[in-house]
Design a binder for this molecule. Structure first.
Ligand SMILES: *Cc1c(COP(=O)(O)O)cnc(C)c1O
Length: 362
C-alpha cells in the first residue's frame, strides 16, 4: 500500500519527479549543471511571471529555514532594523534567526490563534523610523492561517518599509502580489507547494533591493549577493544538491502543465474543503474559520476520545500520515496538508478512514 503524506512537506511525489533523480551524475562546474540551474531559475520566476531583469531566483542547498536565514542575513543592513510579526512557530523562528545573527529587530507577538493586528503594527512602524523591513510568514503553517498581506503591504508602502516574506508553505499555491506589494524578497523551498524533494530551497530577490542592502556581510554560506553573482554567470559558489535540482526542474514542468499556481490553489482548496466538511459532519472542530485558512493546510481539534498518537497510528495503518500540532497546540490538534501527488481516490479513501476511525472512537 502506498503511503500518502498529509504533513506540510516533504510531499508525496509523482513518479516523474521521483524518476527524474536517476538522471546522469553531474559535476556542478560543467555546462550540463549550468543549464539545469538556469532552467530552474527561469522556472521559479515564471511561477509568478517575474521579469528576470528586476527579480532573481537564488538557489541554495538546504531546507526552507536555510532560505529564510539567508534572506534575513542578506537583506537587513547593519544600519537597518526589521519588525518581526509573530503568530506561530515560523514567525518566532524569524526572531530567533535575527537574535543569533545580532540583526537589529523588534518583535510583535500575537496569540497563535490571532490574525495580525494592523493597528499595533502601524503604531510600531510609525513610532520607529529605524524600521527598514517587516518580516512576516505568509502561510503560518502552525495553525494553517493565511496571513492577510494586502493591508500589511499598503501599510509598509506608506511608511517606506520593505517586506521580507517567509513564503515557504505558500509559494506556488497562494497569491503573492510581486507587482503591488513592496516585496524585497520571498524565501521558499522545493518540497512544499512546488512538489519537489527536500534539499533545495530558494529566495526570490528584487535585484535593486538586494543591491541596496549591501553592508558588511554576516555569513559566508548564506550571502545571497554571492549566489546571485555566481548564478547570473551560470556558476555556483558551492556544491549544490544535483539530484534535488533534477526533481525541482521536473516539478516545475508539472506545475506549468497543470496551469500554474492558480490551478494548484484550486486543487488544494477542493481537496481540503471536502475533508473539512466531512470532519465537521463527524463532529470535529476546525481550529480556524474557513476564510482565515490557507488552501494548503487546515488544523482541527482532535476527535473526542482519541489522543493524537492513537489517531495518527490508526490513519497510518490505513496509509495516511497526518501531522501533530507544535508546542502548546501539540496535545489538542492535528493538521492536514493537501500538497503533493494526491488523487481524488486518495481523498475518498481518506474520508472513509476518518469515518471509520472517528465512528468507532465514540
Ligand atoms: C516548512 C516551513 C519552514 C521551513 O521548515 P524546514 O523544516 O526548514 O523546511 C519555514 N516556514 C514555514 C512557514 C514552513 O511551513
Amino acid at each position: 500500500m502506498k503511503t500518502i503524506l498529509l504533513n506540510p512537506g516533504p510531499v508525496t511525489l509523482t513518479d516523474r519527479v521521483r524518476e527524474s533523480m536517476l538522471g546522469p551524475d553531474l559535476c556542478h562546474r560543467e555546462p550540463e549543471f549550468a543549464d539545469l540551474q538556469a532552467e530552474i531559475r527561469r522556472g521559479l520566476l515564471a511561477v509568478y511571471q517575474l521579469p528576470p531583469d528586476a527579480w532573481a531566483a537564488v538557489l541554495l542547498t538546504g531546507s526552507g529555514t536555510a532560505a529564510v536565514e539567508a534572506m534575513l542575513t542578506s537583506f537587513v543592513p547593519r544600519t537597518g532594523k526589521v519588525l518581526v510579526l509573530e503568530n506561530g512557530v515560523y514567525g518566532e523562528r524569524i526572531a530567533a534567526i535575527c537574535e543569533r545573527h545580532t540583526i537589529r529587530y523588534e518583535r510583535l507577538r500575537h496569540d497563535w490563534l490571532e490574525e495580525l493586528d494592523l493597528t499595533r503594527i502601524r503604531t510600531t512602524v510609525r513610532g520607529d523610523p529605524a524600521i527598514s523591513h517587516v518580516a512576516v510568514v505568509h502561510h503560518e503553517t502552525t495553525t494553517g492561517r493565511l496571513n492577510d498581506l494586502a493591508p500589511l503591504a499598503s501599510l509598509c508602502r506608506e511608511h517606506g518599509a520593505e517586506l521580507l516574506l517567509d513564503g515557504v508553505s505558500s509559494f506556488g499555491a497562494e497569491e503573492i502580489n510581486f507587482e503591488q506589494w513592496p516585496i524585497a524578497a520571498v524565501a521558499a523551498t522545493a518540497n512544499k507547494c512546488l512538489h519537489g524533494v527536500p534539499g533545495t530551497c530558494f529566495v526570490i530577490v528584487r535585484r535593486d533591493a538586494l543591491a541596496a542592502a549591501q553592508s558588511p556581510k554576516r555569513t559566508v554560506y548564506f550571502d545571497l549577493q554571492t549566489y546571485v553573482e555566481h548564478q547570473d554567470k551560470n556558476g555556483t559558489p558551492f556544491t549544490q544538491s544535483v539530484q534535488t535540482f533534477y526533481a525541482l526542474a521536473a516539478a516545475l514542468c508539472e506545475l506549468a502543465a497543470e496551469g500554474g499556481w492558480h490551478a494548484r490553489r484550486d486543487i488544494y482548496r477542493a481537496r481540503i474543503i471536502q475533508v473539512r466538511h466531512l470532519l465537521i459532519r463527524l463532529g470535529v472542530r476546525p481550529l480556524l474559520r474557513e476564510g482565515a485558512s490557507s488552501c494548503v493546510l487546515h488544523a482541527f481539534e482532535l476527535p473526542q476520545g482519541l489522543s493524537y498518537g492513537e489517531f495518527h497510528d490508526a490513519l497510518k495503518a490505513r496509509g495516511f500520515v497526518i501531522y501533530a500540532g507544535q508546542s502548546t497546540l501539540a496535545a489538542g490538534i492535528f493538521r492536514i496538508s493537501m500538497m503533493g501527488a494526491i488523487s481524488p481516490q486518495d481523498v475518498g479513501r481518506l474520508c472513509a478512514a476518518f469515518e471509520e476511525i472517528i465512528a468507532t472512537a465514540d
